[in-house]
Design a protein around this ligand. Structure first.
Ligand code: UDP
Length: 456
């Protein structure tokens, strides 16, 4: 018998990367706050990193229980193993709850794991796909999957024109499309997100109508996604950060206290926060250009860089900038972005980081490295006007002088005033979208109503 305290039981299944666990866990929390029983099913290796009130956490297997993806470092092998082991263990998990007071009624699965829909259907329950990229990026891959755009893209002389999207130059396109032969496994994974969608009961995307309605509408007959973002904890959007310590998932140990103590000694809006997310590895040459730019800019900076990568800093960089900057191996990014000392976010333009900067009102310098980051950077700078993107040279490296110029543009002067106005606007719209009665909140309520009806 279903436990009547709950409106159904949703198992939420993220791909086990930081940029996927964060939004899916946040979605599980939103559902829980609306009376749904929510359980995060995540790989054995990542369960220990999750700590979330009101959301259950249950392990499933990707076949690499000791070290996850790092154990194999091959996307193709990893996904095959995850499909085989994940299907079995997800099925066992659903079975485990079958005779409890809260049987599972729906699986919300990361769009990178389309096999989860088959598992849900074998158990006769609802299945919903959750996309963690921008609508613009989903739009492009959706068109390719359906043969409306063919590879290789013809990009030599003019920008790519796609209805519903702004003209896209080669440098604005996901690297898997610019160089499809270099990333066959990643490209296959991105396209597989659309392979099993006809049977899905719902499709969600972590973006919001005010930001990307046109981008989503352009393919809505093929990809009828409900826009439900930004999946940033409401406490941060409302400026009540003392109520919340972030997403509740951290695959690395955050050095929160060190960062906040240091930021507390800095003037308002004076610090550049630099982070390239959880996966990017910069070339030594690129890292040195950025390091020299920060040093020369004379601005305070807080740079997140994992330990092995720190060997790429110029000699003596950390010691010689001790007064100016702090380098840490990992932080709670939301806590940093919400701090009043932060004046700029130098980001790799991962979709979560882009949404977080925009929703928390922090002007950005976008230095994309690969994957969808290039498209996010285009929108961040040219469409939403919340930051700038330094130009690369012919070797694909952003040089020191460019970075110094962009930092200046964002921190002081006429352009910075325009950017600040834009981030203020987007911050307000993001907050409104997820507040009661906002566009994203309404879409989540429709889903919850559907769960309620399915339960009756
Ligand atoms: N993040 C964090 N601490 C850090 C760096 C990143 O908590 O020091 C979080 C960040 O808030 C975001 C996620 O990690 O939610 C990274 O996701 P994103 O899509 O930006 O980039 P990815 O790591 O997937 O490339």
């Amino acid at each position: 018998m279903e436990d009547k305290r709950y409106i159904g039981h949703v198992v939420v299944l993220p791909y086990p990367g930081q940029g996927h666990i964060n939004p899916l866990l946040q979605f599980a929390k939103r559902l829980a706050s609306k009376g749904v029983k929510a359980t995060l099913a995540t790989t054995r290796y990542t369960t220990k990193s999750i700590c979330a009130a009101n959301v259950g956490v249950e392990p499933i297997s990707d076949g690499f229980d000791e070290g996850g993806y790092a154990q194999v470092r091959n996307v193709d092998l990893y996904l095959k193993s995850f499909k085989a082991n994940g299907s079995r263990t997800l099925s066992e998990l659903i079975q485990k709850f079958r005779d409890s007071s809260s049987p599972v009624t729906c699986v919300v699965y990361d769009s990178f794991l389309p096999w989860a829909l088959d598992v849900a259907k074998q158990h006769g329950i609802l299945g919903a796909s959750f996309f963690t990229n921008s609508a613009a990026v989903c739009h492009i891959f959706c068109r390719i999957h359906h043969g409306l755009l063919s590879l290789p893209l013809k990009l030599e002389n003019s920008p790519l024109l796609i209805p519903g999207l702004p003209p896209l130059n080669k440098s604005d396109l996901p690297s898997f499309l610019r160089l499809p032969e270099s990333y066959p496994a990643y490209l296959a994974m991105k396209l597989s997100q659309f392979s099993n969608l006809d049977g899905a009961d719902w499709i969600f995307d972590n973006t919001f109508e005010e930001l990307e309605s046109e981008e989503a509408k352009g393919v809505s007959d093929l990809w009828p996604a409900k826009l439900i973002g930004p999946m940033v904890p409401s406490a941060y959007l409302d400026g009540r950060i003392e109520d919340d310590k972030g997403y509740g998932a951290s695959l690395w140990e955050p050095l929160s206290e060190d960062c906040v103590k240091w930021l507390n000694t800095k003037p308002q809006r004076s610090v550049v926060y630099v982070s390239f997310g959880s996966m990017v590895s910069l070339t030594a040459e690129q890292m040195q250009e950025i390091a020299r730019a920060l040093k020369e800019s004379d601005l305070h900076f807080l740079w997140v860089m994992k330990e092995p990568e720190q060997s790429k800093f110029p000699d003596g960089f950390v010691d010689s900038t001790k007064e100016q900057g702090l380098v840490v191996t990992w932080c709670n990014q939301l806590e940093i972005l919400a701090h009043q000392a932060i004046g700029c976010f130098m980001t790799h333009c991962g979709w979560n980081s882009t949404l977080e900067g925009l929703s928390l009102g922090v002007p950005m310098v976008g230095v994309p490295q690969w994957a969808d980051q290039l498209t996010d950077a285009k929108f961040l700078g040219e469409i939403w006007g919340v930051g700038v993107r330094p130009k690369e040279d012919e070797k694909g490296v952003v040089r020191k002088e460019e970075v110094v110029m962009c930092l200046k543009e964002v921190m002081v002067g006429e352009t910075s005033e325009k950017i600040k106005k834009n981030v203020g606007k987007w911050k307000e719209l993001a907050k409104r979208a997820v507040s009661e009665g906002g566009s994203s909140d309404k879409h989540i309520n429709e889903f919850v109503e559907h769960l309620k009806r399915a339960n009756e």
